[in-house]
Write a protein that binds this ligand. Structure first.
Ligand SMILES: Nc1nc2c(ncn2[C@@H]2O[C@H](COP(=O)(O)OP(=O)(O)OP(=O)(O)O)[C@@H](O)[C@H]2O)c(=O)[nH]1
Ligand SMILES: [Mg+2]
Length: 335
């Protein structure tokens, strides 16, 4: 950096550096470092720097690099390091905003402008969630927080929206699962029906015929059975059912991808992300939204029923994502 600054001035940035070998067929080779540095975009200078090498070694001819390293994503200006660290995560691997960001920064010299660009890109990927249909069903793997989220939703619809609510659980594998939902329902004075099969389910729906909204809990393991999935399609009318896939933000990206593949054949209408409080990387949400093209109905950030529930509005999700990334400044500025 000192050498670069000496030649190009304080404004110079290092675009790329790599080790190069010299010598005949590797003989007498010594380690050298080739550095590509630049000033303003218009005046990119790609000049091989004096290779850094031991004093005792003879000088080697300098390797002249091509004017621009094709196929290598341009790195961002040093002032945009926090942006670069976000973009280098797996969730943003498919995006190529670096060039635009550099251009924006070189033209405006404003970190805020570059931040605003990323913020707006992320925000525009979140589709506003449609209003919940009369039946709201949650699906997803074991332990992601389906039942807890359903209890939060029951409280939300009853207390905040003043609706009449009914609960149906089709998760009958564990007695504890039924008890869990019944306990929440009792506290909120909401009726619960347990459906052991599709026949029971139909009956439960009839019992709740006069409820404004009916929330349905499911067991993740059912969806591993192709016969169940086939029946599931037959027995549910998805014109009146919002089907939400629940994903935990604490899952590894690879696992989240796999879970999504397992459920994507269902007529999903939205995603629900849970456990935002247990991870600092909530940007996986961005990747799943891009992959599925689905809106985020809700996000949850704690075990407290009914408090820890956030509506899936684009501005709230984006703000939350950047807060978690430690870009506190964004929220203060209300970018
Ligand atoms: N920290 C945190 N914990 C949560 C959140 N949502 C749910 N949990 C916890 O996650 C655990 C599992 O939640 P459940 O609601 O039972 O999950 P489930 O998907 O219904 O699980 P199964 O019915 O066993 O498939 C419980 O301890 C919940 O309190 C959240 O947003 N944040
Ligand atoms: Mg459950």
């Amino acid at each position: 950096m000192a050498k670069v600054k000496q030649e190009l001035g304080d404004e110079a940035v290092i675009l790329n550096s790599r080790q190069v070998k010299s010598g005949w067929f590797g003989l007498f080779a010594s380690k050298q470092v080739e550095v590509i540095a630049a000033l303003e975009k218009e005046q990119i200078v790609t000049k091989p720097r004096q290779p850094v090498q031991a004093q005792t070694e003879p000088k080697r001819p300098v390797v002249t690099p091509p004017p621009r390293v094709v196929g290598t994503a341009p790195k961002l200006h040093a002032s945009l390091q926090h942006v670069e660290s976000l973009l280098s995560t797996e969730s943003f691997a498919d995006e190529s905003w670096e060039e635009t960001l550099n251009e924006l920064y070189y033209t405006t010299k404003s970190v805020e402008e570059a931040e605003r660009y990323v913020y707006e890109q992320v925000k525009s990927s979140f589709i506003e969630p449609p209003e919940a249909k009369r039946y709201v069903m949650v699906v997803g793997p074991t332990g992601v927080g389906k039942t807890t989220t359903l209890a939060k939703l029951a409280a939300h619809f009853k207390l905040k929206e003043g609706k009449t609510v009914g609960l149906i659980t089709t998760d009958t594998y564990r007695i504890a699962a039924i008890e869990q939902l019944k306990t929440y329902a009792e506290i909120m004075s909401i009726p619960v029906e347990v459906a052991y099969d599709f026949h029971d389910f139909k009956r439960a729906k009839q019992l709740f015929a006069r409820k404004d909204i009916v929330l349905i809990d499911t067991a993740g393991r059912n969806f591993r059975d192709p016969a169940y999935v086939e029946q599931f399609h037959e027995h549910h009318d998805f014109t009146e059912t919002s089907l939400s896939l629940v994903l935990s933000l604490t899952s590894k990206m690879k696992d989240m991808d796999m879970i999504y593949s397992q459920f994507e054949s269902l007529p999903l209408s939205s995603l629900i992300f849970t456990k935002a409080d247990e991870t600092s990387d909530i940007h996986a949400m961005y990747r799943m939204v891009k992959r599925s093209g689905l809106p985020v109905a809700w996000m949850t950030d704690g075990q407290e029923v009914p408090d820890d529930l956030i509506p899936g509005q684009a501005d709230l999700l984006t703000k939350r994502l950047f807060e978690k990334e430690g870009w506190a400044r964004w929220t203060k500025q209300g970018v």
